[in-house]
Design a protein around this ligand. Structure first.
Ligand code: HEC
Length: 459
């Protein structure tokens, strides 16, 4: 609850510089039923509901009224809803942030005595527990339950979930369903396709390697990823990503569906479990929905930075009590359309920013995260495909804060934090990565909307 002290301070500061109420044209009487419920149901309930990932539910008048002051404070300083990207720099599908007026409405509701108001509370949206998309064609579960040790530490793991099909198939959508919703925090999943005759048993090897983030040779060996003859199967990156309250990426028909071979596995390279005071277990699963045929336009991925295609400069070694800035630059070899981006750092990251500069000198903003929070590693999908012309340079820069003023610093006193090369990655090591999902550009791409079509949902 370190945070509560912090919000108290910022709330005090905020009350000194309170914006003019009239500016927002607020109603004389703010009520739950008329004004507050719609804000909460849209922006908070997707996580603050039973099994939604957040610690308590916020659906009914009672739920919200009893935490009213805390809600006022966490919205005033924009701690909630969690959306680390600056919405004024670039806008993304499903972004969740409150307008200044909505924040002022919540504050006035608390000040005026949290009235429920006349009439009935608007219906909260429905949140089906298993799938958001109807009956899956295939369910792939973790081979076994994963033990999450009760030592109050964040944990990163690499997990393999193998499966076999009767024939090669195409996949339209993969939906990750967390088993233990309290502890599963984020997940980045890849698809492994084996050559049928070169892998006798897809289920052999460990199913989990603990305390690592991102795979290396050593983890691959423990998980027995290779074919019998030692060659590696093909890996389709980032087919499934999960964060509480976030829908899986669903691109328009024909884009980015995947071929899956008869022998295959999901490889969860970055599985993050939150801290637990007692031993706990998780057995999550994937709902898989088939598509009719091969993708017309398969997606591709660039991984910039740590273990990727572009160098991090200077080398990521952050001495104790220092703040350090690193960058990576990549020249785009052909006209491309960007779909989704994912900045990745660990605990002592402080900010992240990426943009492209075209050969004619125009700047295209990609993403700015002014206050990095390792707990909220979204995959950000652009509202429309974003064209980046050939020869543009993509710049990404990250700032790390290795002082003990950084509340997420895992070491007290601070220790030198390094970016390991080719060995298993610990949560307490650092990374600087920028993952980009793209397509080779086609005329008219910039007009293609990436917002999922609501008819996809079953209700
Ligand atoms: C994407 C999921 C998500 C959304 C959306 C979300 N929350 Fe949260 N919220 C969480 C999680 C997870 C926690 C617990 C971890 C933490 O405090 O960071 C939390 C914690 C909180 C807390 C407790 C903070 C503390 O210091 O203990 C409050 C209050 C809160 N949320 C209010 C809200 C409000 C109000 C909204 C909507 C305006 C909202 N949340 C939207 C996931 C979410």
């Amino acid at each position: 609850m370190k945070y509560s002290v912090w919000i108290l301070l910022t709330a005090l500061l905020a009350s000194c510089a309170q914006p003019e109420r009239q500016e927002f044209n607020l109603p004389d009487k703010v009520t739950f039923n008329e004004h507050v419920a719609p804000i909460i149901h849209q922006n908070c309930s997707p996580c603050h509901r039973p099994n939604g990932g957040a610690p308590f539910q916020m659906i009914t008048y009672r739920d919200v009224a009893k935490r009213a002051k805390m809600i006022r404070d966490v919205t005033a300083d924009r701690y909630m809803p969690p959306w680390p990207a600056d919405p004024h720099y670039q806008s993304f599908v499903g972004e969740r942030f409150l307008s200044d007026r909505q924040i002022a409405l919540l504050a006035k509701w608390v000040k005026d005595g949290r009235e429920e108001g006349d009439g009935t509370t608007p219906e909260p949206p429905e949140f089906p527990d298993g799938s958001m998309f109807g009956k899956p064609d295939l369910v792939v579960r973790f081979q076994d339950s994963i033990l999450i040790k009760g030592n109050n530490l964040d944990k990163f793991m690499v997990i393999k979930a193998p499966f076999e099909l009767s024939k090669d198939t195409f996949i339209r959508l993969i939906e990750f369903v967390p088993g233990n919703r309290e502890l599963v925090h984020h997940m980045n999943g890849h698809l492994i396709n084996y050559d049928y005759d070169r892998k006798s048993d897809v289920f052999e090897g460990n199913h989990v390697v603990t305390d690592v983030d991102g795979s290396t040779m050593e983890t691959y060996q423990l998980l027995s990823i290779a074919h019998n003859d030692g060659t590696f199967p093909t890996l389709t990156p980032s087919v499934s990503n999960y964060l509480p309250g976030v829908l899986p990426a669903i691109y328009p028909e024909g884009i980015g569906n995947y071929k899956v071979n008869r022998k295959a596995a999901f490889l969860l390279k970055n599985m993050h479990y939150g801290p637990s005071p007692t031993d706990a277990y998780d057995r999550s699963y994937f709902n898989v929905f088939y598509s009719d045929g091969p993708p017309k336009r398969p997606t591709k991925e660039w991984l910039l930075g740590t273990l990727g295609i572009s160098e991090v400069t200077p080398t990521l070694v952050v001495p104790p009590n220092e703040v350090m800035r690193v960058e990576t630059n990549f020249t785009v070899p052909q006209d491309v359309s960007l779909l989704t981006i994912n900045p990745h750092m660990h605990l002592i990251g402080r900010s992240f920013k990426a943009w492209a500069v075209t050969p004619t000198g125009d700047t295209i903003p990609l993403i700015s995260i002014p206050k990095w929070d390792f707990r909220w590693q979204y995959f950000y999908t652009f509202r429309n495909m974003l064209k980046i012309p050939k020869g543009s340079v993509i710049h990404a820069e990250g700032v790390y804060d290795n002082s003990n003023g950084n509340p997420n610093n895992p070491f007290d006193p601070p220790k030198t934090v390094v970016e390991p090369v080719n060995r298993d990655m610990k949560t307490t090591d650092e990374m600087f990565q920028f993952i980009i999902t793209y397509l080779p550009y086609q005329a008219g791409d910039e007009n293609i909307r990436l917002e999922p079509d609501s008819s996809l949902f079953k209700h």
